[in-house]
Design a protein around this ligand. Structure first.
Ligand code: DGL
Length: 280
C-alpha cells in the first residue's frame, strides 16, 4: 500500500503482537496515554512466532503492518519482541521508504535496552526471551552499542509463551518450566543483577518468575518503559502526535477466534473486551 492523502493521515495507534502478550504493553501505554485511540491486533492464529525463521516472521509482521495501515494507523508499535528483533529493521529500512514514507513503525527492543543500562550495578544483564529473540542477538547488540561495559547473557524460554497462550500460566505445571529457564540463565552468569523479560507474554508469569529469581535481582517488565519511550517519541515528533486521533477508544482484532481472544483478553485486562476476527 502506498501513502495516499498524507495531508489527512490520521487515526489510532496500532499495537501489534503475535498473540495476547502485547496486551501487557498496550496496558502500560494506555495507562500513561489514555487520551489516544488504539487498535490492538493479535496474530493468534499463527502464534507463536518465537520459533519461526527470519523470513516468516518478516512476512507475517509485514502483513499485520499493512493491515493496520489500511485501518488508518499512522503509527504502529511492534509490541512483539520477536517481530521487533526479526522484522523491524527490514520494515523500517526497506518497506516504509518506498511504500509508506509518512507512516512510522517502532519496536520494543531499543527502548528496553536504553533503560537496562541505567539500572544494572554489576553490569551483568540477563535476557529471558523467545528462541528467536535470543538467537537474533538483538538485545546484546543494542545494549552493547549503548553500554559497552556490560555483559549480556540470553536464555530462551521455549515453553513460556505456550503456557500463556493456553491459559496455563498460573497453574502448578508452569512452575517447572519457569524455574528451569531461570536456573539456566543464572548458572550461565551468576553475576547478573538485572533481568529483562524480553517477551511480551512473560509479565503474565510474573508471580511465578518472582518466586524463582533471587530478591536482589531487578526484573524489567517492558510495559512501563515502552509507554514512557512512546510518550517521549510523541513529544519529540509533534507532527506524528497530531495525526493520532484522541477519543480514548481501543478496538481489538485477532486472526483466531474472536470469542477465545475476548475471553482471555478480558481476564488479562480485567475489563470486558469484545474482539473482532480479522484475516491478514
Ligand atoms: N510476544 C512475542 C514476543 O514478545 C513472542 C510470542 C511468540 O513466540 O509468538 O517475543
Amino acid at each position: 500500500m502506498a501513502d495516499t492523502n498524507t495531508s489527512i493521515l490520521s487515526g489510532p495507534i496500532g499495537i501489534f503482537d503475535s498473540g495476547l502478550g502485547g496486551l501487557t504493553i498496550l496496558e502500560g501505554i494506555r495507562r500513561l496515554m489514555p487520551q489516544y485511540d488504539y487498535i490492538y491486533l493479535g496474530d493468534n492464529a499463527r502464534a507463536p512466532y518465537g520459533t519461526r525463521s527470519f523470513d516468516v516472521v518478516y512476512q507475517f509482521t509485514l502483513q499485520a503492518v499493512q493491515k493496520l495501515f489500511e485501518m488508518g494507523c499512522p503509527l504502529i508499535i511492534l509490541a512483539c519482541n520477536t517481530a521487533s528483533a526479526k522484522a523491524l529493521r527490514s520494515i523500517q529500512q526497506k518497506y516504509l521508504p518506498t511504500h509508506a514514507p509518512n507512516h512510522r513503525v517502532l519496536g520494543v527492543i531499543r527502548p528496553t535496552a536504553e533503560v537496562v543500562g541505567t539500572l544494572t550495578r554489576s553490569r551483568h544483564i540477563g535476557i529471558l526471551a523467545t528462541e528467536g529473540t535470543v538467537r537474533s542477538e538483538s538485545y546484546n547488540l543494542e545494549i552493547k552499542k549503548l553500554y559497552p561495559d556490560t555483559t549480556v547473557v540470553g536464555q530462551a524460554c521455549p515453553m513460556w509463551v505456550p503456557l500463556v497462550e493456553n491459559n496455563e500460566y498460573d497453574r502448578p505445571g508452569a512452575d517447572y518450566f519457569v524455574k528451569d529457564s531461570i536456573d539456566r540463565l543464572l548458572s550461565a552468569d551468576p553475576l547478573i543483577d538485572t533481568i529483562i523479560l524480553g517477551c511480551t507474554h512473560y509479565p503474565l508469569l510474573l508471580p511465578k518468575i518472582k518466586q524463582y529469581i533471587p530478591s536482589g535481582i531487578t526484573i524489567i517488565p517492558q510495559g512501563k518503559y515502552i509507554a514512557e519511550s512512546l510518550a517521549d517519541y510523541l513529544h519529540r515528533h509533534t507532527e506524528k502526535e497530531q495525526q493520532i486521533t484522541k477519543g480514548g477508544t481501543c478496538r481489538y482484532y485477532t486472526t483466531e477466534s474472536s470469542e477465545k481472544f475476548s475471553e482471555s483478553a478480558s481476564i488479562f485486562l480485567h475489563e470486558e473486551i469484545k474482539a473482532e476476527h480479522i484475516t491478514l
